[in-house]
Design a protein around this ligand. Structure first.
Ligand SMILES: Cc1ncc(COP(=O)(O)O)c(C=O)c1O
Length: 456
């Protein structure tokens, strides 16, 4: 491949790339929100001689472009899926152009930018000074880092360097009430076992932990290594564990406190909800997500811990070719990957472009939209609101039909996309608002789509 010619092919394509991108963004609101028919790409043999960029562009436009959903659009309410702010998009585009590997310091401004962004995020979320952090591929990876550090802490309590010597006979117990599915996955990955979690009961009609029950369970647990996984915003009820009380218990029992606030932590941007996460300053590790409510592109998670030494013990491996001497830390020593995408740049663009006020506005608007949908559902003869929303998630069910049947009809119509949810054993439909593009008029369209879907 001749370099100048290959670059020229990209330059020649730029007008079309830009035109396509502009049309995609401008038409997001009109596109089918989801493609439940799950389109497949046409069978294509791997070419011996490539098609060239112009040829690939044609194939993309013809074969792939029609198959995408409008998940970054305003009425995709599945899971907790953020969109992409224009500033974040500009940053992400440049991330690929610049293509920095933010592994070690001493050779680019990129490490300094990630450290700056982590400090902005700490300030945005009003977290204490002295935390070290790492940008990850998502909240699952942040939860993985948390459990790796927690496991190391539990090992040291038994005189064992687990990162070096393995878990061996170390006895470790994990306590949680409503862990996100990703935490269960992580417990499997780190060898603590998905099914070995000690299930703490919840408070009545809530997904929040019963702290009195946790106190009794911690006191009764003979294992010297104890880990508590608390939630700052459960995925269905958006319930918050009492972090102040749980942190006090963790101190008493020398247990590690991890807080998963993948999206719920953004409640701290809203003064009326800030108090829900009081006590988080005492956490040993914290998970948050950029690709949810911060509306930066996939993939971007956020991990914080005050235990820089433990994180380093778990993530740093000596190799002669990696040795660098610089005043800044090597960020590969604070995360899973050695080679790391410059995912700080979209955050840098977005946080600087819109500031704290812009981010708070997104959170407050999305919460208002969740309340508006809940009000409509309460007034509707066809639906039952299963729980008044506290944040951005609404859980409800149809009164006269099966939830899955209505959800399938709703999503097939392409106007809106939601996902299933279960509240206190009742199957329902779950709508999560976390996109900066969503407006009051979208909520009206969502209600109209729900009204149609309820008619078999
Ligand atoms: C509370 C919580 N934790 C963890 C995750 C996993 O996040 P990710 O998909 O970014 O890995 C999610 C995703 O919805 C979540 O809501």
């Amino acid at each position: 491949m001749e370099q100048a010619q290959a670059d020229q092919a990209f330059f020649d394509l730029q007008p079309q790339l830009l035109a396509w991108s502009r049309e995609w963004l401008q038409q997001l609101g009109q596109r089918p929100v989801a493609r439940p028919d799950d389109p497949s790409p046409p069978e294509l043999a791997l070419p011996g001689q490539g098609l060239g960029l112009a040829g690939v562009w044609q194939a993309f436009c013809q074969d792939l472009a029609p198959g995408f959903n409008a998940s970054p659009g305003p009425r995709y309410l599945g899971f907790v899926t953020g969109g992409v702010t224009p500033a974040a998009l500009a940053g992400d585009w440049l991330t690929a152009v610049i293509d920095q590997n933010v592994a070690s310091a001493g050779n680019s401004i990129a490490t300094g930018v990630e450290l700056q962004v982590l400090d902005w995020l700490r300030q945005l979320l009003d977290l204490p000074e002295g935390l070290v952090g790492s940008l990850t591929t998502g909240a699952t990876a942040a939860n993985l880092l948390a459990m790796v550090c927690a496991r190391q802490h539990a090992g040291w309590r038994q005189g064992r360097d687990i990162a070096r010597d393995g878990i061996g006979p170390a006895a470790i117990r994990v306590f949680s009430a409503t862990p996100h599915a990703s935490s269960l996955k992580v417990l499997g990955l780190v060898g603590l076992g998905r099914e070995q979690i000690a299930a703490v009961p919840c408070l009545p009609d809530s997904e929040a932990m019963d702290v009195a029950a946790l106190a009794a369970m911690l006191a009764a647990s003979p294992e010297p290594g104890k880990i508590v996984i608390a939630s700052a915003g459960t995925v269905t009820g958006t319930d918050f564990d009492d972090l102040t009380a749980i942190a006090a218990l963790c101190r008493q029992h020398q247990a590690w406190l991890h807080v998963d606030g993948a999206f719920g932590l953004f409640s701290r941007l809203d003064p009326s909800r800030h108090g829900w996460t009081a006590g988080i300053e005492l956490a040993d590790s914290i998970t948050c997500d950029g690709h949810k409510w911060l509306n930066v592109p996939y993939d971007c998670g956020i991990f914080f811990t005050p235990h820089a030494d433990l994180l380093q013990q778990c993530c740093s491996v000596a190799a002669p070719y990696l040795e660098m001497h610089d005043s800044l830390p090597a960020l590969m020593d604070r995360g899973i990957e050695q080679s790391r995408r410059f995912r700080a740049l979209p955050l840098w663009f977005s946080l600087l472009a819109y500031g704290r006020d812009g981010m708070r506005h997104i959170v407050e608007e999305n919460c208002r939209q969740a309340s508006a949908l809940a009000e409509w559902l309460q007034a509707s003869p066809d639906y039952e609101l299963l729980k008044p929303p506290r944040l951005n998630v609404v859980i409800f069910r149809p009164r006269h039909a099966e939830a899955m049947a209505v959800l399938t009809r709703l999503n097939a119509a392409g106007e809106v996309f939601m996902t299933p949810g279960v509240w206190q054993g009742q199957k329902g439909i779950r709508a999560a608002f976390s996109n900066w593009r969503t407006e009051a008029s979208d909520v009206v369209r969502v209600c109209q789509a729900l009204a149609r879907a309820s008619q078999a």
